[in-house]
Design a binder for this molecule. Structure first.
Ligand code: SF4
Length: 222
């Protein structure tokens, strides 16, 4: 009799992008440790190792179950890895949702979205999904002055520093400290630098607190 199949449950992440007309598109992503990169959910659906897919309408608990990763392809969910910060990939602690805007998105819409979702900033991407900058609440505040900016392109910080999803938490932390920023867009180099998430200093602090036993679970901040 063959041994029962072991499955690993992997979180589904959502990347939303707002274009210059205010239209929103959403892409569902899964970090595949076997392929060492994030993949579109469609790739999981077409993969022979995908056993089940669950998309939560509230986006709190969407997942796929994968037999290949469980069979030794690696592990991506935080619960299944216990290494140190210099080996844990940033993808294992970043949030499940990321909101991106395009340079032509209006600052008024950006303000509403940041307030509605409790975000402190958003990656700015071109129509291909590659990062071209980052826009923060501080940038927005400056744009509210008389004669202020109408479009994100006028207030964003261009050429945002990014970190690869395969980078470690320690590498991302070093980059944030060196650049003096509190958050970094996480990109997938195999997808031409498309954004797959954002990691913040708060994510790193939460990870340290969980490892030290002061927190049991991730906060539901994002
Ligand atoms: S089902 Fe598993 S092995 Fe296949 S693409 Fe998805 S995560 Fe990767």
């Amino acid at each position: 009799m063959s041994a029962p199949q072991t499955l690993v449950r992997l979180p589904i992440r959502v990347r939303r992008t707002i274009d210059g007309d205010g239209e929103m598109t959403a892409v569902l992503l899964v970090h595949c440790e076997a392929r060492r990169r994030s993949v579109l959910l469609d790739e999981c659906n077409e993969c022979g190792s995908c056993e089940a897919v669950h998309v939560d309408p509230l986006e709190e608990d969407s997942w796929v179950t994968c037999s290949r990763v469980a069979a030794g392809g690696g592990a991506t969910v935080e619960e299944s890895v216990v290494p140190e910060g210099d080996r844990t990939p940033v993808v294992s602690i970043m949030g499940r949702r990321v909101l991106c805007v395009e340079p032509e998105t209006s600052t008024a819409l950006l303000r509403d979205l940041l307030l509605e979702r409790g975000l402190t900033g958003a990656p700015v991407v071109n129509p291909d999904g590659a990062v071209v900058g980052f826009v923060s609440r501080a940038d927005l505040l400056r744009s509210q002055w008389p004669g202020g900016a109408a479009a994100v392109s006028q207030i964003m910080t261009p050429l945002a520093v990014t970190v690869s999803e395969s980078a470690s938490i320690a590498e991302a932390s070093a980059l944030m400290a060196l650049e003096g920023v509190c958050r970094l867009p996480v990109v997938n180099n195999a997808m031409s630098g498309k954004v797959v998430g954002v990691i913040s200093a708060l994510d790193v602090l939460g990870w340290i607190a969980r490892r030290c036993g002061y927190l049991r679970h991730k906060t539901s901040r994002n």
